[in-house]
Design a protein around this ligand. Structure first.
Ligand code: GLN
Length: 463
């Protein structure tokens, strides 16, 4: 960015962020300093050189607070960079700041944040989705060109759909999780947000790849994602799983997805209806596996090494209890209680053990589907963005907003959400593409071709 562009970005953030509450940590001086410093970087200038990238508040940046939007981590400043951050810095990207999120990434609305909710740029009364709501809203509103989020059950794709931007959850193992504060370690992936498919491809090319610091990162070469985004779809086999079009799907979303399917057919792709019969178990399986892993990951926040410590505790045990009682919000507590319960002796086999078995059945559905087709096309969400406050008293309804995104995490497959229309009242609609493990290039190919033939991402929210 030129000095003028840097000042324009800072001004836009200072003007619009009070309305949106998308950034929870921002320093104009830090942005100015980075923009100057990259001039000194030697080496070739890649596509991310000078490009602003906003970071979700659960990714560690050396010297910048990372709180997971939780009181329990207030005051914690990581002493190291996550691998994705090291790679962004090497590429000359400018880290804009930290983005609001649901506490510890628990949620679908960005309302469970100790900093208050983020607002959807298309309608400030509505949620931006979650948990990476701040990242999605900021990219939609032009407060950053790109952003990073994390996706455990839909936290990149659902907010991307709600905010009318592109979001991608990579294959499990594609992007290093080193420096990502863990929610559910067998499901979490960091991924990109962007206004266009090829911008998301450029960001993924930069952050993806093997990392010896993450034992689950895969030694699979990083694909040519930007090149894939420029390809056509003639001959591509697209599967339409009927379970994603069941009752509860909003009629306007169904119409938009049907139109996208018709476009793919007209562009020379073949369309195959198929069935993924275990889809209905994804939400219950996820809320066992994810909460079990979360209860274990969150045990480390006890007031001893980092973050909030209760003042007036008498004994060590009392200090643990009070620190955790004061530091965690209500959704985090609900998850810890659920997760501890399903792992407890006498219940472990009935809940956690069985959930793992059904997880394998869900994975088998994907394996079978990918014997017939190259990618799957579904809606990203069953409804358009809902109103702030509409679902906060009803966790189950909130959990159901991820019914279409969770399976990809359980199976470990890559999935992309991109804009495919607007409702009559002007709210964005997202479609989801899923591919076989490490099939990100197929997603960029299918997404890029569709994007070139449509202009949904040319529309901007009136702010
Ligand atoms: N909304 C889902 C949940 O509440 C997924 C969150 C995520 O992907 N981090 O767990």
């Amino acid at each position: 960015m030129s000095p003028l562009q840097v000042e324009a970005l800072i001004k836009r953030i200072e003007q619009l962020n009070p309305k949106l509450n998308a950034l929870i940590w921002f320093s104009a001086d830090s942005v100015r300093r980075q923009a100057k410093a990259i001039e000194q970087l030697s080496g070739a200038r890649g596509p991310l050189w000078g490009v602003p990238v906003l970071i979700k508040d659960n990714i560690c940046v050396n010297g910048v607070p990372a709180t997971c939007a939780s009181k329990i981590l207030k005051g914690f400043t990581p002493p190291y960079d996550a691998t994705v951050i090291t790679r962004l810095k090497q590429a000359g990207a400018i880290l804009v700041g930290m983005a609001n999120m649901d506490e510890f990434a628990f949620g679908s609305s960005c309302e469970h944040s100790c900093y208050g909710p983020t607002h959807n740029p298309w309608d400030l009364q509505r949620v931006p989705g979650g948990s990476s709501g701040g990242s999605a809203a900021a990219v939609a509103a032009g407060l950053s060109a790109l952003a990073l989020g994390s996706d455990t059950g839909g936290s990149i794709r659902q907010p991307a759909a709600f905010c009318g931007v592109v979001g991608l959850k990579p294959t499990y193992g594609r992007v290093s999780r080193y420096g990502l504060i863990a929610f559910a370690s067998s499901l979490d992936q960091i991924g990109p947000f962007a206004r266009t498919v090829s911008d998301a491809a450029a960001l993924l090319e930069t952050i993806a790849g093997f990392d010896p610091n993450d034992s689950t990162s895969a030694e699979v070469p990083v694909g040519a994602y930007r090149a894939a985004a420029a390809k056509e779809v003639k001959g591509l086999r697209i599967g339409i799983p009927k379970e994603y079009f069941a009752d509860g799907l909003d009629a306007e979303i169904k119409t938009a997805i049907d139109a996208a399917i018709a476009w793919y057919r007209s562009a020379g792709a073949s369309i195959h209806e198929l069935s993924m019969p275990n889809t209905e178990y994804a939400v219950p399986v996820y809320y066992i596996v994810a909460t079990a892993e979360a209860s274990s990951n969150l045990a480390r926040f006890d007031g001893v090494r980092f973050g909030h410590r209760a003042e007036d505790a008498g004994t060590v045990l009392d200090m643990f209890k009070k620190s955790r009682g004061e530091g965690f919000g209500s959704e985090a507590k609900r998850r810890i209680i659920l997760g501890t319960y399903v792992l407890s002796s006498g219940y472990y086999d009935a809940y956690y053990g069985n959930a793992l078995k059904v997880r394998t059945l869900i994975k088998n559905d994907f394996d079978k589907a990918f014997e017939q087709v190259d990618c799957l096309l579904t809606p990203t969400t069953p409804t358009a963005p809902f109103k702030i406050g509409e679902k906060t008293d009803d966790p189950l309804t909130m959990y159901l907003s991820d019914i279409m995104t969770i399976s990809a995490n359980l199976a470990g497959v890559p999935a992309l959400s991109m804009p495919c229309g607007f409702t009559k009242s002007g709210l964005p609609i997202g479609m989801q593409l899923m591919a076989r493990p490490f099939g990100e290039e197929t997603l960029f190919q299918a997404g890029g071709a569709y994007e070139r033939a449509h202009d949904w991402n040319k529309k901007e929210p009136a702010l």
